[in-house]
Ligand binder design. Sequence first.
Ligand SMILES: Cc1cc2nc3c(=O)[nH]c(=O)nc-3n(C[C@H](O)[C@H](O)[C@H](O)COP(=O)(O)O)c2cc1C
Length: 166
Amino acid sequence: MPVAQAAFTQAMSRVPAPVTVATTTDRDGRHWGFTASSFTSLSLDPQLVLICLDKAASTHAAFTAADRFLVNILADDQSEVAVRFATSNIDRFAAGDLVTCELGLPGLESATARLACTTHRILDGGDHSILVGRVEQLYTGSRPPLVYSDRRFTRPVPLDQPARAR
Ligand SMILES: Cc1cc2nc3c(=O)[nH]c(=O)nc-3n(C[C@H](O)[C@H](O)[C@H](O)COP(=O)(O)O)c2cc1C
């Protein structure tokens, strides 16, 4: 018996997620970008990441046709950028705060990290497409990341207990 959509999104709201802005360019050099919290690492060898994009999004055709994309990991003072890149029917690049970054893609200089990928696979994920990227170039800064949790933006509060995934 499937669960109600509202129950599903409520449960998922308890999962803290990164806040990223994915960007790409099309054959005409036009910039495309969207805010995404569905970003995660997938494989260490080869180095793969994934990001999920709504099939109904205005950016879907551009990202699924692109041979590369850039994932900007937002810092904790960049919630306004996150909102802008999630807003429909505006020019998300009009503020002029994106510059040419890794692989020649438009990126945010003040992001806390950037991962530039070539498109490795595009997988079907229900009403989303799963963009699997092979990491080709990256930048890592030291600013605290922005976090999306309980349907709001927040920032991490480190505990004393050490933890290391790898
Ligand atoms: C915090 C946050 C996280 C989001 N994460 C995703 C995501 O992972 N995948 C996605 O397709 N849309 C995500 N969205 C929605 C998109 O940014 C965007 O609003 C949506 O694709 C509609 O854009 P459109 O006007 O280009 O169709 C997120 C929005 C916010 C505010």
